[in-house]
Write a protein that binds this ligand. Sequence first.
Ligand SMILES: Cc1cc2nc3c(=O)[nH]c(=O)nc-3n(C[C@H](O)[C@H](O)[C@H](O)COP(=O)(O)OP(=O)(O)OC[C@H]3O[C@@H](n4cnc5c(N)ncnc54)[C@H](O)[C@@H]3O)c2cc1C
Length: 458
Amino acid sequence: MALGSLPSEALEDLRGRFAGNLVGPADPAYEEERKVHNGAIDRRPALVAVCRGTADVVDALAFAREHGLPISVRGGGHNVAGRAVLDDGLVIDLSRMKGIHVDPEGRVARAEAGLTWKEFNRETQLFGLATTGGVVSSTGIAGLTLGGGLGYLMGKYGLAVDNLVSAEVVLADGRVVTADEENEPDLFWGLRGGGGNFGIVTSFEYRLHPVSTVTGGLMAHPIDDAGELLRFYRDLCETLPDEVVAFGALVHAPDGSGTKLGAIALCDLRPPGTDDTVVETVRGFGSPVVDALQPMPYETVNTLMDPAYPKGASNYWKTSMVSELSDQALDTLVECFSEAPSPMDAILLEHFHGEVSRVPVDATAYPHRKDGFNFGAVSEWLDPKLSDRCVAWARGTYSAMESYLSPERYVNYLEDDAPPEALTGAYGPNLDRLRAVKAIYDPENVFRSNQNIEPAPA
Ligand SMILES: Cc1cc2nc3c(=O)[nH]c(=O)nc-3n(C[C@H](O)[C@H](O)[C@H](O)COP(=O)(O)OP(=O)(O)OC[C@H]3O[C@@H](n4cnc5c(N)ncnc54)[C@H](O)[C@@H]3O)c2cc1C
């Protein structure tokens, strides 16, 4: 529906009580407001409701429902599939809702849904506290948490969802509820991994942990050593204590030269000097060309990858959990990477172990609870002429790896054109309960601009 076809009195009425901004196609801010992190997403909403508080969210939702406008919900706008924006509908944009209160005694933080992890970490680190969040600091806390939320703290403290204490939610019928273990327990279960399927979360309450100076960063090696490096990384992961989370990667040098490198990035939460065995082992491998592993504040380690993911670059990712990380699989990765067309392309391996794998599969909606690796063919480019080749490369790399992959997929990494069976891969044994919870809280599927869980039939 075009904005012009909405009754102007209704729009003026909404504008009169709205604390934030209502931005339509004729407004100068429109071009900026419709952008998301992924520059390949080009959608034209009828209206963007830039909310300032829960009442704005309630009013925007009611307006959309009254006038038959489909809606999308935007937190940090980082999702690669770009479902935070939609054509001809209303975007309920929470990205300016950035309030946060940290209770250092109770070790909890109540955070509004528009915060990024950089903004969140800055406040909690004032008190030497943190919770599991994303490894690129511009990512929104909202979408990341609702899909699961993996990061450097997950070995010791579990995923972001495992640290969620409660959430304030605007439901499809406009009611505002608080969901936690005691109140609305089915909703609380579904929110912890089920994406934005059940309502609009206006704020999250997280459990915090003492984390301050860590050892983090990366070691990079010549691409000729990448096969050996990935084998070393795989074997190293078998030995890691909960406090250390490590990622293996094939990347390009950040100078734009196109130089290909193999790398291990890690974060050791133990205060430097407590036990540096892991760091020494990683440093002892091969002949690194970059040694950037050192003590640093936790909030810094989460910014190290930011320059590799600038806002507006185009992205196309294909990811899955790995069933078998054999030598052959690793050789396939190295071979595929040699064909990467963009100097920003990467292949990532994210390792899961420790607390994240101890939580029972049915304890939260997020189901991937065993030790192992997530694989990602991450294509990223600035030159629009590279689009077709980059998408083809990510798909081709995924196909080449398919026999080593499990059907399990992380919902927050699913591509825009993911096939329907991807949802089964994302939720596995929890999908039936998610559909039942959806039928209770959103039977008309108002919240469908996401990786959509259809309500179970009545
Ligand atoms: C460069 C980069 C790095 C990443 N790193 C990590 C990482 O380290 N760990 C990890 O787990 N994931 C990571 N991700 C994936 C990330 O978790 C998802 O992209 C996530 O959706 C981002 O959240 P957002 O709020 O920024 O996204 P948005 O695009 O704003 O939202 C994504 C979807 O979530 C839903 N949603 C958002 N806010 C709300 C809300 N308040 N209420 C209800 N529904 C809502 C909507 O359906 C929306 O379409 C990364 C992504 C990128 C692009």
